[in-house]
Design a protein around this ligand. Structure first.
Ligand SMILES: [Zn+2]
Ligand SMILES: [Zn+2]
Length: 283
């Protein structure tokens, strides 16, 4: 009995992360928070996003088992804690941290407000519209197409592999968080997705920050199309309700966004609230 109990305890203590290779040297790590993408390059390791401190330590430990190369670059798709809290595990390990300039501003503001400055590892490199360089044998390009989920979201393109991490610019069949306190804008977000659909091709593999239970955190341009339609339907529906004289309270009672029934489950009040506020904001 004792032995059995110990075995059970050992099983429970196994870390709950999952690593899925997308190519021979690129993969995704998922445990808790936004999906992490990594490249085990010829002369360095590149990681995109960092979940939380415990998770990023799991990631670092696992990648060290797979590669002797140094950690060259950590990229943050945006500032939210489920993508940057784990940066701190990379302190003294990664050569550089890179993000959009607004991501750094937002991360700093949140850390100041919550008195967690000592728990941050901030980007030492930022950019405004595009950034491109050869890193660890790959050509990596970052694109900023305007406000979306926040006002500092990047598309991170690994060009040779044709893999793009788009952070929380896509919630796969899950109601999105729309962070108006950090400059999010639904109308602009639709435009951002349009630009991405023009920029990347039909073979591009996209990595998403989050997905609903049973859906993947990777996908294709078809998923961008579906999410763009969801945002359009969200705005149209909310607008029609406002014009029909409905109160905010009434609008929040909706259980589905008409035209996008694939988006189910909890959290529909978040996008409806954001849409209501965006549409009724005084300019
Ligand atoms: Zn997230
Ligand atoms: Zn986010």
């Amino acid at each position: 009995m004792l032995v059995q109990k110990e075995m059970l305890a050992a099983l429970w203590q196994q870390p709950g992360f999952k690593i899925t290779m997308l190519t021979n040297d690129m993969g995704i790590f998922t445990e808790k928070g936004g999906t992490i993408l990594f490249l085990l390059g010829k002369d360095g390791i590149v990681t995109v996003d960092s979940e939380f401190p415990e998770q990023s330590q799991h990631l670092i430990d696992e990648l060290k088992k797979k590669s002797q190369q140094p950690f060259t670059l950590l990229i943050n798709t945006h500032h939210h804690g489920d993508h940057t809290s784990g940066n701190i595990s990379f302190k003294g390990i990664t050569a550089h941290v890179l993000a959009h300039e607004n991501s750094l501003k937002n991360q700093t503001n949140v850390a100041l407000a919550s008195k967690t400055e000592d728990k941050q590892l901030y980007p030492d490199k930022t950019y405004a519209t595009t950034w491109s360089d050869r890193v660890a044998g790959e050509k990596i390009s970052l694109y900023y197409y305007g406000a979306g989920h926040t006002n500092g979201d990047s598309f991170v393109h690994f060009e040779n592999k044709n893999i793009v991490h788009m952070g929380d610019l896509l919630f796969n069949r899950r109601h999105p968080f729309i962070d108006r306190t950090a400059g999010a804008n639904i109308k602009s977000w639709i435009n951002v997705l349009d630009k991405a659909m023009n920029k990347f091709d039909n073979k591009t593999i996209f990595v998403f920050g989050h997905a609903a239970e049973g859906y993947n955190v990777t996908g294709t341009k078809d998923d961008l199309k579906a999410f763009s339609a969801y945002l359009t339907n969200l705005l149209q529906y909310t607008d029609s309700q406002i014009k029909a004289g409905k109160t905010k309270e009434d609008i929040l009672k909706a259980t589905e966004i008409p035209g996008s029934p694939e988006w189910k489950g909890d959290g529909i009040q978040r996008p409806l609230t954001a849409a209501y506020e965006e549409l009724t904001a005084t300019k």
